[in-house]
Design a protein around this ligand. Sequence first.
Ligand SMILES: [Ca+2]
Length: 326
Amino acid sequence: MRTLFFAVLLILSGFIAGEAAGDQPVPVIFDTDMMGDVDDVGAVAVLHALEDQGDLQTLAMGMSGKNPWSPLCLDSLNCYFNRPNIPIGMPKGPALNKPSRYAQTVATEFPGKLTEADKLPDAAILYRKILAKQPDRSVVMISVGQLTNFRNLLKTKPDEYSPLSGAELVKKKVKTWVCMGGKIPEGREANLVNDGPAAAYAINNWPTPVVFSGFEIGFKIMTGAKLRGLKGKSPVRRAYQLYNGLNNRQSWDQTAVLYAARGLDGGLSDYWDLETEGYMHVNPDGSNVWRKSPNKPHAYLVQKTDPKKIAAAIEEMMMRKPRPAK
Ligand SMILES: [Ca+2]
């Protein structure tokens, strides 16, 4: 009874991002850096696998960094998975630019539709355009990189897409934000510290529930080595090969995608619990601490099962072949 009571509370509070099996796919916006680490590629593979099985629908994607090869690599992946029409945005103002061990080679060996990063719209404006057309409180935002675009989105002004400010639009249209970022109980995690002011602004001002998959969750979930057994040409396999020679790598970003799509009521309650008491405090340098009070609509994932079990499920999705084009 007590468990049921808390389950109902979690659903009402918006922390349960996913829908029960059989419901409509969860509409998501996916924001990724896809530069320095390769788990972004794994996360995109998981995203497409979940979309293939009807768990989510990708409305848009954004690059949180400015490496010009990153969106081309992302486009290559989307084309490989037969979803070439997912709109992609880039930050137009200052943003992190880091080298990537795989983005250029994957983009070159698996050419997609996109030829120049400069042609992409501002991610914050793209998100406005997409959000404005969605039902109220329906969209699940997923971030697996810096929070540059999310800060920019909150600060946008009314425009041709919506008479609402960015913060008002997010409050109206977004259901939950699932953020791979931060360390619990405290620390310095790359997605937050790589654009500290953006992280602090976005997290401290976000007007909907936020669920954090902290550094410690994905850190123990090792995936990638099984891609060695994948037959045929695959940009996912190639990225891991270029990144670390097809060895295992932590799976931070995949956890955020998985939670966003299926949530605790979609069959993942044996993976993670949610801690909802307190809030994520972020300093301007991007360092963070989970404070027990005051209570805000923030929650974080707590490991509940053997990470190897979650790794096996994630890696199976990373291994899937594209669904045939419709
Ligand atoms: Ca990332």
